[in-house]
Design a protein around this ligand. Sequence first.
Ligand SMILES: C[S@@+](CC[C@H](N)C(=O)[O-])C[C@H]1O[C@@H](n2cnc3c(N)ncnc32)[C@H](O)[C@@H]1O
Length: 268
Amino acid sequence: MIPVEVGDPTDPRLADYARLTDVGHRVRREPAAGVFIAEGATVLERALDAGFTPRSLLLAPNRVEPAAALAARVAAAGAPVFVAGPDVLERLTGYHVHRGLLAAMDRRPLPTIAEVLAGARRVAVLEDITDHTNVGAAMRSAAAFGVDAVLVTPSCADPLYRRAIRTSMGACFTVPWTRLERWPEDIALLHDAGFVTAALTLGERAVPLDEFVARRPAAVALVLGSEGDGLRASTIAAAAVEVTIPMAGGIDSLNVAAAAAVAFYATR
Ligand SMILES: C[S@@+](CC[C@H](N)C(=O)[O-])C[C@H]1O[C@@H](n2cnc3c(N)ncnc32)[C@H](O)[C@@H]1O
């Protein structure tokens, strides 16, 4: 398989890779165009293993040989493989592509909420998280600690954004997840499905995490809030219980991805 050489960063065949550092542009364009970007060999391999369909592969010249097997998989799926020099890659994407491998992949329709909740006993809700690395890290912990599904609120950052995927090490491809349509109204769907909704907060009325775990709820939804303000007051009011991770050392709160990891581990 011989990659097609491209020397012009404005070549329309590379449009999926344009302005990768322009977050505002990418978060609008990618879901609308039904595309996401897999960066690096490991992430691409996991995306292919998870059954995602490639649209194209773009390699730096020094990645053509090491990525030959992956390129063959992409070509076998009917997608073109391009090679472009470092200058072209940098002008196209807006950054120095040091991994030298980018793949444009087709998104799949998200499952329905009912589908991801079916058979689940432990789920997480990520409310309005803005930082893609936090979303990716939470997804990685969800996979590591056996959380059955993740629900993201309408304003939460995209789990299939390049940086979220990279931080998750591909867990965004394997953990069942979907986007809620109305929040916090959709918390009623969790209650109807039998979940005890636990709002993770720093509130004084909150039950310590160990105490909550000792109650052994049959099905639990762990609801985590945004980096700045934490959970909305309306979400806390609608949740069945407030749960806190006791802090020491004068630290008032954990980063949301760290809090997710602790809560996922404790409730495993
Ligand atoms: C950085 S914190 C937000 C802090 C915010 N000032 C607040 O009052 O919630 C982001 C999210 O992580 C979770 N979190 C962080 N530390 C926590 C703790 N000690 N106990 C429970 N949840 C915590 C909460 O869900 C919180 O909304």
